[in-house]
Design a protein around this ligand. Structure first.
Ligand code: GTP
Length: 597
């Protein structure tokens, strides 16, 4: 296909504003899928599950559209992950296309996630077509939302396309707008191959599937290609496009988007944003701006049952094969035994991995509180990167500590503004901006990531009854007065409960943690003191009084089966506990103790 007849685009939208519904409409109204075609186009053996697997991961699709000018165009839609954790992946997908549809729910208006993603599109020099969705809803206020798009984002919304992805109204206008308002890609067919690795995932039948955008040159089956980031060479055994099933093609030329397979074993061997070229006569310089995704949030994962350590190791290694942005190394904790210190792109990523370990691999886990990366500058002039507060060197060796900061963008209805400002202030935030868009405030704060990784988002949702939207990006490191706070249970430090805190807030935090732990740790036959300490100094203290009676005491002589039931319950409860010294600490204590509400 010649470049003038290609349009590449992505859809930018807040969750639930209708991105998937619109994509489905575009696929159906261009006749990309008829049942018969779908069958013909799928590779080799047909397998519903496999087809599902593909469509879940690759929402990339190639549409053929006959426009009003009588010409047929190839429209390539690339899906972008919606969540902040994957900001780098979003920015790479954006660089693979020339334009975006900005979908805004006409009954809701612009949200924080819309903003973050649309700025990425602007950074990637996209032409942006605003699309107002859900105009069928009685609550839709297209004029107000148009104004808001202009005020808040600063792009012209006069020609916004009005649609209902649900009823199909306006879909032909979207297709025409893609052709007439978005630019065609540029590229040189005769230049050496230069392709961007946009995404990759594991397919049980095909191995690793790599999504590519060709910038220059031509990619053919049988080519030997080189990944420029790590220099590895692969033999391309299949290339194709998504319609939306996989359809093999002979070649992919400039401006085109498609996939390749090359007997690559692990997703880890491919890096999003990398440049792919030919082994021989390759391009000289890679595409600019490549950086591997770096984990920013770390936590310990330990099996509840120590006997499950090897199972956990296997499961983590399997997951890591197909997720290059997830890191892990073995860790031992005096309190929790053997486990892993794992790194994630953000909290959602952490939750996804933890859930998969528990559900797919059936391992009960203790997750320690998430921590960020600290730069510890030592008095001897060296610097260490610290992922775990338990590794904090003694205070005398530490010159100063730097922590990561973020720029947080929050959109919130006026009524809740006060609560949001208070929350940000409580979390050591510095206000950068506060503007209004209709009846909603746009708040921008500089915040320590440390204060956000834990329960900030939950708190934000609860103080605004779910009406606030939130997004963030990491801006850099800054020095602050940070110290390690230890928790001692029954006079012994519990390493998994160590945290980094700001010195000015240490006492309050310490007091809250001791109170929480007092509630969470059950009574024992003896008194259990709980203390918070900085260095050797105790800053807060609570005591759990000793237990007087046996639970079964009240059943003396009575019903034996009832007594057995109670004992069984105790046993089941025990399993969820970690014995620490002589004290049993319930699993949830390792997380709940840190919540600050
Ligand atoms: P995620 O996949 O969660 O990111 O959401 P999304 O942005 O892809 O939104 P999706 O297409 O799943 O739509 C969200 C909800 O809005 C669904 O319940 C849709 O049925 C509904 N919806 C989408 N478009 C319209 C529309 O034009 N009108 C109405 N009334 N509802 C719509």
């Amino acid at each position: 296909t010649d470049l003038a007849h290609i349009r590449n685009f992505s859809i930018v939208a807040h969750i639930d504003h209708g991105k998937s519904t619109l994509a489905d409409r575009l696929i159906h109204s261009t006749g990309t899928v008829t049942d018969r075609e779908m069958k013909e186009q799928l590779l080799d053996s047909m397998d519903i599950e496999r087809e599902r697997g593909i469509t879940i991961k690759a929402q990339t699709v190639r549409l053929e559209y006959k426009a009003k000018d009588g010409e047929t165009y190839i429209l390539n839609l690339i899906d972008t992950p919606g969540h902040v954790d994957f900001a780098y992946e979003v920015s790479r997908s954006m660089r693979a296309v020339e334009g975006s549809l900005l979908v805004v729910d006409a009954s809701q208006g612009v949200e924080a996630q819309t903003l973050a993603n649309v700025y990425q599109a602007i950074d990637a020099d996209h032409e942006i077509v605003p699309v107002l969705n859900k105009i069928d809803l009685p609550a839709a206020e297209p004029d107000r939302v148009k104004e808001q798009i202009e005020d808040v984002i600063g792009i012209d919304a006069a020609d916004a396309v009005m649609i209902s992805a649900k009823t199909g109204v306006g879909i032909p206008d979207v297709l025409e707008a893609i052709v007439t308002r978005l630019p065609a890609p540029s590229g040189n067919r005769d230049a050496p191959l230069k392709a961007m690795l946009v995404d990759s995932w594991y397919d049980a039948y095909l191995g690793v599937v790599v999504l590519v955008r060709i910038k220059d040159g031509v990619l053919k089956k049988g080519d030997r290609i080189r990944m420029m980031a790590n220099g590895t060479v692969h033999h391309v055994d299949r290339i194709g496009v998504f319609r939306p099933g996989m359809l093999t093609v002979d070649e992919l030329g400039p401006g085109e988007i498609g996939f390749l397979t090359a007997s690559i074993k692990q997703v880890r061997d491919t890096s999003v944003g990398d440049t792919i070229t030919h082994e021989k006569k390759g391009c000289e310089a890679p595409l600019p701006g490549f950086k591997p995704s770096q984990p920013v949030v770390f936590c310990g994962l330990f099996p509840v049952d120590t006997a499950e350590f090897e199972d956990l190791r296997d499961a983590i290694e399997k997951l890591a094969l197909n997720d290059a942005s997830f890191s892990h190394e073995m860790e031992t904790s005096a309190a929790l035994g053997f486990g892993f210190r794992c790194g994630f792109l953000g909290l959602l990523h952490l939750e996804v991995i933890r859930d998969r370990l528990e559900r797919e691999y059936d391992i009960d886990l203790i997750t320690t509180a998430p921590s960020v990366i600290y730069q510890i500058h030592l008095t001897d002039g060296t610097t260490m990167e610290m992922h775990n507060p338990a590794d904090m060197p003694e205070a005398v060796r530490v010159d100063h500590v730097e922590e990561p900061r973020i720029k947080a963008t929050i959109l919130v209805p006026d009524d809740y503004l006060g609560d949001v400002l208070k929350l940000c202030q409580d979390r050591r935030g510095i206000q950068l901006d506060l503007t209004y868009a209709g009846s909603r405030a746009l708040v921008v704060y500089d915040l320590p990531l440390n204060e956000v990784v834990f329960d900030f988002y939950d708190r934000l949702k609860s103080v605004t009854k779910g009406y606030a939207s939130f997004d963030y990006q990491i801006t850099g490191y800054r020095t602050d007065n940070l110290v390690k706070m230890q928790i001692l249970v029954n006079d012994e430090p519990v390493d998994a409960l160590s945290t980094m805190v700001h010195r000015d807030r240490a006492e309050t935090r310490g007091r809250v943690m001791c109170e929480k732990l007092k509630e969470l740790i059950p009574q024992h036959m003896f008194k259990v003191p709980i203390q918070a300490a900085i260095g050797g100094r105790i800053i807060a203290r609570e005591t759990i009084s000793a237990l007087r009676k046996d639970v079964t005491a009240k059943c003396y002589g009575g019903d034996v089966s009832r007594k057995r039931k109670l004992l069984d319950k105790q046993k089941a409860g025990k399993k969820k506990m970690r014995q620490f010294g002589k004290v049993d600490i319930p699993q949830e204590a390792f997380i709940s103790a840190l919540k600050m509400d």
